[in-house]
Design a protein around this ligand. Structure first.
Ligand code: HEM
Length: 547
């Protein structure tokens, strides 16, 4: 009885408690919400469409409540550009998202607040990904190898009259993208099939749980169900951490040195990271050694990591700190640590696999829906590559319609219609409204890519909008932002575009895609997708026929 009354009182308290209102926030209010839940139920199963609809009544910037959290919503290309480009630093924060923070701990990029650690890691990853994404790089070679294997697998199955469900198709593309992330981070694909399948299961499980995990951010009461989901996420991060530790074993000998051989450490992200990390530790060690004649140069990775943290925290004489600060400035990346390394590797798997498979899966669905466009794509591919030669980066500029088609797909569906939440890094006056530091910000990029001020007939699928009058591919519309914009924009855009082009072109060159079930063809509701954290393709099956 006592328990019942207590539960009842707590429930009533939460139901009738007024949401926390921030008096310093002067952004106009959006629709009235319910106690405890705020506007969560009104957002329905298509939050991006609902927010866009609300923007017509409340203006392009308004506030809503998600649970008791006050959130500022940005809609339309003008306002998103003004916030993320003109006020880039102010809107570059990341709020503490419950699940992401539990695993990535604010390290790396995705979960990191906007600070110098974030900037150093973003700069490092941007330059590394550019290096590995360059023409004829190992990325291209490895990607084509995985594509060949997938094509062979499809051929075999087609002989047995196989129809692909979207889920299978997506898993296949995810496998190609994951092997590419492995190539960039570890320098090689994962050849052990059992181990790779285990990794894929862990990644898929995590994605399937992300929508539930999102509720943890706004409805603390749901966190009582966290144990199972957290266990899955932690299993995946533990698996990756083991891979990283094994990889680091390869470098133990060199870790004994203060000076690293410069010609090494260039072929994958872990090597490049280690090189920068050791350089900064070495600079640090040299200073300590010179001052204290310290000689301990243990090679162990754990030891170095611990020592790095200990030394940074140790109290040192002012003279030595001044001396070290001079030396620190010579090193570009003073925040590097093994925790950060673990988080950036996880970031790459989180951000660089499902996004590609979702976008490509949509592109194949659109190719199956609009068979005239598919014919046009194939004519262009055969004209440039013939029937056998697989595409390479150097052919890309000649495949204008392929590029236009992929861009139109990303415009009309946006793999992530509402961006991962941001927060304000300081108090800001934006469009005359006061927005205090640490306010939760949600940007609806789906609304930018359907913004009628920037696109004619925005709801129509028309790849031609990305072609000029000579049929050349052009992508200059400022409202086109599938990879977001500003300080927190995607770092993987170039390699994502390369992979999408390689995979899509190879598949269409060899196979004809059509809907297995004719009634799906005209079902417009299906083409709206299934919203979760991203906008997933509908549950349909595609029929493949050899060309
Ligand atoms: C079609 C594929 C992809 C799409 C549509 C996409 C889109 C996005 C978007 C919309 C963001 C959010 C930016 C924001 O908060 O404003 C993002 C962030 C990010 N993406 Fe991608 N992405 C793709 C592929 C990739 C790939 C292949 C990688 C790397 C291997 C990658 C790495 C990242 C990282 C690390 C971030 C976090 C950046 C930050 O917080 O500063 N993405 N991506």
């Amino acid at each position: 009885m006592f328990l019942f009354i207590t539960t009842l009182l707590i429930t009533l308290y939460y139901l009738f408690k007024k949401p926390r209102e921030n008096k310093n926030l002067s952004v106009p209010s959006g629709p009235r919400g319910l106690p405890l839940l705020g506007n969560i139920l009104q957002l329905g199963d298509r939050p991006h469409e609902k927010m866009f609809e609300w923007s017509k009544s409340y203006g392009p910037i308004f506030r809503i409540y998600l649970g008791s959290e006050q959130v500022v919503v940005l809609n339309g290309a003008d306002i998103v550009r003004e916030a993320f480009i003109e006020n880039g630093e102010e809107f570059a924060g990341r709020p503490k998202l419950y699940m992401i923070h539990a695993t990535l701990k604010g390290k790396g990029l995705i979960s990191s607040p906007y600070n110098s650690d974030f900037n150093e890691h973003k700069k490092f990853l941007q330059s590394s990904l550019n290096k590995f994404g360059r023409r004829r790089s190992s990325l291209e070679v490895n990607c084509l190898q995985t594509i060949r294997e997938t094509l062979d697998e499809y051929r075999e199955r087609i002989d047995n009259n196989f129809e692909y469900t979207n889920k299978q198709m997506r898993n296949n593309i995810s496998r190609i993208a994951s092997q590419n992330v492995l190539t960039m981070t570890f320098g090689t694909r994962m050849h052990d099939k059992k181990l790779f399948s285990h990794l894929m299961d862990l990644i898929t499980e995590n994605f399937e749980n992300t929508a539930v995990a999102a509720a943890f951010n706004f409805l603390p009461i749901t966190r009582m169900f966290k144990t199972f989901i957290l266990r899955n996420v932690l299993r995946c991060s533990e698996f990756l951490n083991n891979l990283i530790s094994e990889k680091l074993e390869e470098y133990h000998e060199d870790m004994d040195q203060f000076d690293l051989p410069s010609e090494k450490y260039e072929s994958n992200i872990i090597e490049c990271y280690l090189k920068e990390l050791l350089n900064s530790v070495c600079l640090y060690d040299k200073t300590i050694a010179e001052s204290f004649y310290a000689t301990d140069r243990s090679a162990s990775y754990n030891f170095l990591s611990r020592r790095l943290t200990e030394k940074r925290r140790s109290s040192l004489s002012i003279e030595l700190v001044n001396n070290m600060n001079k030396i620190r400035r010579k090193s570009r990346y003073m925040s590097f640590s093994f925790d950060h390394l673990s988080s950036i590797v996880q970031d790459l798997f989180i951000a660089g696999t499902e996004t590609i498979s979702t976008s490509l899966n949509w592109a194949l669905i659109y190719a199956a829906k609009y068979l005239d466009y598919q014919d046009k794509l194939v004519a262009e591919i055969e004209n440039v590559l013939g029937k056998e030669k697989l595409p390479t980066e150097s052919d890309r500029s000649k495949l204008n319609f392929v590029q236009a088609f992929l861009n139109e797909t990303m415009r009309i569906i946006s793999a992530g219609p509402i961006l991962v939440p941001r927060s304000t890094t300081r108090d800001v006056v934006f469009r005359g409204y006061k927005i205090p530091e640490n306010t939760f910000i949600m940007a609806n990029i789906w609304s930018c890519m359907r913004d009628p001020n920037y696109w004619s007939e925005p709801n129509e699928f028309r790849p031609e909008r990305f072609l000029d009058q000579n049929g050349n591919f052009v992508c200059k519309n400022p409202a086109m932002m599938p990879f977001s914009i500003g300080k927190r924009a995607c770092i993987g855009e170039n390699i994502a575009r390369l992979q999408m082009y390689l995979i899509f072109t190879s598949l269409l060159q060899k196979f004809h895609f059509s809907f297995a079930n004719d009634s799906d063809l005209n079902d417009e509701k299906l083409m709206k997708g299934i919203p979760g954290v991203g906008l997933s393709p509908p549950h349909v099956s595609l029929k493949l026929r050899l060309r």
